[in-house]
Design a protein around this ligand. Structure first.
Ligand SMILES: Cc1ncc(COP(=O)(O)O)c(C=O)c1O
Length: 459
């Protein structure tokens, strides 16, 4: 029999092995969850597509898990399985589920009112803590990072008088329309999967590849770019690290051409205390962070330097009266302030970050060793507490390469197989987070499960 052609392989895996693993693991998941199946049969149909939130369709299992409890780095489902949680709400619970200081703050505030549209003393303390942690910005609060980015963009357009945001191919900054663009034949176009998109996004956005300063400069030269909006590391495709000099280049070029630089730290807050910008001494004009910033209470913050704040104050003063297009009713509620204060002062600590960093280093080393042992053509990337294995050789340079590295079939089978071995990782890419509550034995279990699955795929 002739040897299998290399091109038949999917991310280095023989297709029949992959299919066998996927089928075996899907059966195992379904067979082990009779209570979940029964409960879903009674109640899931009222939700559109069977799940209460669109993204929940992205889990690879044959049906969703129903969670009964989550604490620290463990999550329990209706069938009584206690699972090591490395997904951690896709970063919302990066500091562990219900960190004690946050749970206490919630309990304390719960009897004092949930929303008033007025600030509290906690807001004043939280504001100072934000500046201590992330830098001297003038802050505003929102409920989601999507909204924080939307507001930041409004301000950038207001003060520059320019229409477009410059983003990187493969980026994700939430569901704001402005950033839902991609490179198609070298041109900016709306992402093909968008639902109900009617506005012409090419009028308000321009997209270039990450790590391509020549393309950034060409875009800035048009004089149309109000702001560059970027994550310091691309975390929403297969992870792409910035090349040496890329961030310095963005800073220099944005200043030279009068555009603002907005850094979105919603995921890279995993980098260390103060986020990637602080750890790597970046100096953005505007700063956004959401998800875990208030320990899992829906909260995001966005800030601007004094210089931008002054420009915005001048703009705001001459703006006609009426709706600004910024803010939402429940943003700035006292629960958010209480949880922000608790998280910034008692959870986002050097000690906790040191634990996360050490655990994530152990995890990435272990995964890398397994990949090497099985000679899989894969690689591992880590940004502080955030670890990702990528089912393709690396390093990746940009969003196009990241898209090509994505192996959805392999990833789906692997994720279900990991879950059947008690380890939950994010349904997007192959993302894993190490929290302050994550134990070494949990990390070692994940590495062992990964190794065993790779044996089935590659041996
Ligand atoms: C970098 C980044 N910014 C913003 C967002 C949007 O966050 P949210 O869904 O909480 O609005 C995300 C979500 O994944 C993100 O990864």
């Amino acid at each position: 029999m002739p040897a299998k052609a290399k091109t038949d392989l999917i991310a280095g895996v023989r297709p029949e092995r992959l299919e066998a693993l996927a089928a075996r693991e899907a059966r195992r998941f379904a067979a082990s969850r009779p209570k979940t199946r029964a409960a879903l049969a009674k109640g899931a149909d009222v939700w559109l597509g069977g799940v209460p939130m669109h993204w929940m369709k992205d889990w690879p299992m044959p049906f969703p898990m129903l969670v009964t409890k989550a604490k620290g780095a463990r999550i329990t489902d209706l069938d009584g399985y206690e699972i090591d949680d490395f997904c951690l709400g896709d970063t919302g619970s990066m500091f562990g589920h219900s960190p004690k200081p946050v749970a206490k703050a919630i309990a304390r505030q719960a009897s004092r009112g949930l929303t008033y549209m007025l600030p509290t003393k906690d807001a004043l303390v939280a504001g100072r803590l934000l500046s201590d942690r992330f830098g001297a910005f003038r802050w505003q609060i929102a409920t989601t990072a999507t909204d924080a980015n939307r507001n930041a963009l409004r301000v950038a357009r207001a003060v520059t008088g320019r229409p477009k945001v410059l983003v990187f191919n493969g980026c994700y900054h939430g569901t704001l329309d402005d950033t839902m663009v991609e490179l198609s034949d070298g041109k900016t176009s709306a992402r093909s999967g968008l639902v109900g998109q009617v506005a012409d996004l090419t009028q308000t956005a321009h997209v270039v590849e990450f790590n391509d300063l020549t393309a950034v400069e060409a875009a800035l030269k048009t004089g149309e770019i109000a702001a560059i909006l970027t994550e310091p590391v691309m975390t929403n495709s297969c992870m792409v690290l910035p090349e040496a000099g890329f961030h310095d280049g963005l800073r220099t070029l944005s200043r030279r051409y009068g555009a603002l630089l907005i850094i979105d730290e919603t995921h890279t807050i995993s980098s260390g205390l103060g986020g990637y910008a602080r750890v790597h001494s970046l100096s953005p004009d505007m700063f956004v962070v959401g998800k875990c910033v208030a320990g899992g209470m829906p909260t995001a913050v966005w800030g601007m330097t004094d210089a931008v704040a002054q420009r915005f104050a001048a703009y705001d003063a001459q703006r006609p009266a009426g709706h600004s297009g910024m803010g939402t009713t429940l943003s700035g509620n006292p629960m958010q302030f209480a949880c922000l204060r608790a998280t910034l002062s008692k959870v986002m600590t050097p000690g906790n970050y040191a634990h996360m960093e050490a655990g994530a280093a152990r995890l990435s080393d272990g995964l890398r060793a397994a990949i090497d042992r099985h000679k899989a053509p894969w690689h591992v990337v880590r940004v502080g507490a955030r670890v990702e294995f990528i089912c393709a050789p690396g390093p990746l340079k940009n969003g196009t390469q990241a898209m090509a590295a994505h192996a959805p079939q392999v990833e789906a089978a692997l994720h279900t197989a990991l879950l059947n071995r008690g380890c939950l990782i994010a349904p997007f890419h192959n993302m894993m987070l190490v929290s302050p509550a994550t134990k070494t034995r949990q990390i070692d279990r994940l590495i062992a499960a990964f190794d065993e699955i790779l044996t089935q795929l590659f041996a």
